[in-house]
Design a protein around this ligand. Structure first.
Ligand code: GLU
Length: 550
């Protein structure tokens, strides 16, 4: 074993002892049963919707147990760091209302970026070295590649273990010579379970008792000495952080189950109380003949930005995700489901399918319950970022926007479900706004073709309708003028009459009304026509009718 003086000389003078950090981050004073959870995103790419899923569970369990939920940015792999990823985290977490309870301004357990905690990890790495629980490894890239190649050729597990761990039992004089030479090294954990075939058992809060092969690898805990600052690996950093941040419950993706044996070894070597682990099944996607993990690379809906840019309301997404976590929550009404605690023991071990059609249905149902002014505020906020032209129009036409949104929404039993996300507003409601609506170019406008009404008749019908137009607020009276005028222009009084003798009429009252609908909305499908005229106002109705008349 290396002399303590040799070990200490490898670290900055004045580096605190672990005891210092233990005192600096005392046990939290929390009620019995309170859970401290954390979400540990790495800024190595866009935020995955699975991250929002896990963070929602983290936050919920902490909040309902009277505990704390924190976000710790795991940025020790600086070579893989992606520009802008951190801003995106903040944006995503704000959007979904799941910001950390603690951060560098409000929290006593920070810094909450691992890259700012380098000194802490060094204290613990030095301690492991002093106790002989870690050692210096000078193996070069080529040597490591050679070891892997020989293991592959021999068809045995690859890794730095057993006889392959060439620096594990190196003679201190050899180590000293390398140090004198200035050769770079990493610090490796001296795994206590070095023999082949050992198994470990542990309890997972979702999956119950698990048994796994013990960790034999002398895993790197501190990366190369020729880098500054010297940073730990994820495995080592998470152990130190979860301990010092006084985390009690680690909820993370199931891809980490195979690392639990190593993590338990590290906690033990560092004399830390072990934490409880809960491994969440990943979100899945349906593909022909089966399902697979929702993939960062190929599935746009894997990115949180997909939901934010399209403007899926956070409540609907959270409601949907909670239902995926605990099936019973999907059966509750939205507000009740958002307020009902998520239970780990009800999380499945099979990954749930993310079904956008289902999400859109949920979202449409939810949006139909909102009052128009709330929809308008949300659409305006969304448009400010993603559709600036729409934002300008909404600012100029606030009252019209409210009237438009009131159509078949305010005071009705079955509100329209024409919005699933904020970006649906423009296609569904854009026609209300003179700035966004393109009036017909005359009776030959292509949008009228589906009606099959003769253009001359359509034009004179629209012309007469505009001439005698009565802007009645009584729907019956309003519609009577359409009926009377349609009769005058030879339209059949109903579709039955028309179908009996189609050559005798230019269309039925249905086609006549549709002419007005297309003139006013540009489409053959729209909300209630009379309600639309009331929202538009007489002047705009006339302008659009004249456009049809040509
Ligand atoms: N930084 C890790 C990741 O992004 C977090 C794993 C954990 O939660 O322990 O996967």
């Amino acid at each position: 074993m290396l002399d303590r003086a040799v070990i200490d000389a490898l670290f900055p003078a004045g580096l605190p002892e672990p005891g210092h950090w233990e005192r600096h981050y005392p046990q939290r004073q929390l009620p019995e049963g309170a859970e401290v959870t954390r979400f540990g995103p790495s800024p190595t790419g866009f935020v995955h919707i699975g991250g929002v899923y896990v963070a929602t569970i983290d936050r919920d369990i902490a909040a309902h147990s009277g505990g704390v939920y924190l976000v710790r940015i795991e940025d020790t792999d600086q070579s893989r760091e992606v520009e802008g990823a951190q801003t995106q985290f903040t944006r995503a977490f704000d959007y979904f209302g799941i910001p950390s309870d603690e951060d560098d301004e409000h929290g006593s357990y920070g810094p909450y970026h691992q890259s700012a905690r380098a000194r802490i990890y060094l204290s613990y790495a030095r301690e492991l070295l002093r106790q002989g629980k870690a050692y210096l490894c000078f193996a070069t890239k080529d040597e490591l590649a050679d070891i892997t190649a020989r293991q592959r050729a021999a068809k045995i597990p690859t890794g730095y273990y057993g006889p392959w761990a060439i620096w594990r039992d190196a003679d201190p004089a050899t180590v000293q010579a390398k140090l004198t030479e200035g050769a770079p090294y990493v610090v490796r954990f001296r795994t206590p379970d070095n023999a082949a075939g050992q198994r470990v058992r542990f309890t997972d809060a979702i999956r119950g008792e698990l048994e796994h092969e013990a960790n034999r690898n002398d895993t790197v805990v501190l990366k190369s000495s020729d880098q500054s600052p010297r940073l730990p690996t994820y495995h080592f950093a998470h152990a130190v952080d979860d301990h010092l941040m006084r985390v009690t419950l680690v909820i993370r993706g199931e891809e980490w189950i195979s690392s639990v044996p190593l993590h338990l070894q590290l906690f033990d070597a560092l004399s830390f109380e072990p934490v409880t682990y809960a491994h969440i099944a990943p979100l899945m996607k349906q593909i022909p003949g089966g399902k697979r993990k929702l993939s960062k690379r190929t599935d746009p809906e894997a990115s949180v930005d997909f939901y934010i840019e399209a403007g899926y309301p956070a409540e609907a997404v959270l409601y949907y995700l909670r239902g995926l976590a605990n099936g019973r929550l999907a059966d509750l009404p939205l507000h009740e489901a958002l307020a009902t605690p998520i239970r780990l023991d009800q999380c499945g071990v099979a990954g749930p399918l993310v079904d956008l059609v289902k999400l859109e249905d949920i979202s449409a149902d939810y949006l139909a319950t909102l009052p128009g002014h709330q929809v308008l505020d949300a659409v305006r906020t969304w448009a400010g970022q993603f559709d600036p032209d729409l934002a300008t129009v909404l600012d100029a036409e606030h009252a019209l926007a409210l009237r438009a949104l009131a159509v078949e929404r305010d005071g009705v039993d079955n509100p329209r479900k024409d919005l699933r996300k904020w970006s649906d507003f423009r296609p569904a409601y854009g026609f209300f706004f003179p700035q966004l609506f393109i009036p017909l170019s005359g009776p030959a406008d292509a949008r009228l073709i589906p009606l099959g009404v003769d253009a001359t008749i359509a034009a004179s019908f629209a012309h007469d309708f505009a001439e005698g137009y009565q802007h009645r607020d009584n729907p019956q009276e309003w519609f009577n003028q359409v009926r009377e005028l349609a009769a005058k222009h030879g339209f059949a009084p109903n579709t039955k009459e028309y179908k009996k003798n189609p050559n005798a009429y230019p269309g039925s009252i249905r086609e006549a009304s549709q002419l007005i609908r297309v003139a006013l909305t540009g489409s053959t499908r729209s909300p209630d026509l009379h309600a639309i005229t009331q929202a538009l106002g007489a002047a705009e109705v006339l302008r659009r009718l004249h456009a049809l008349a040509g």
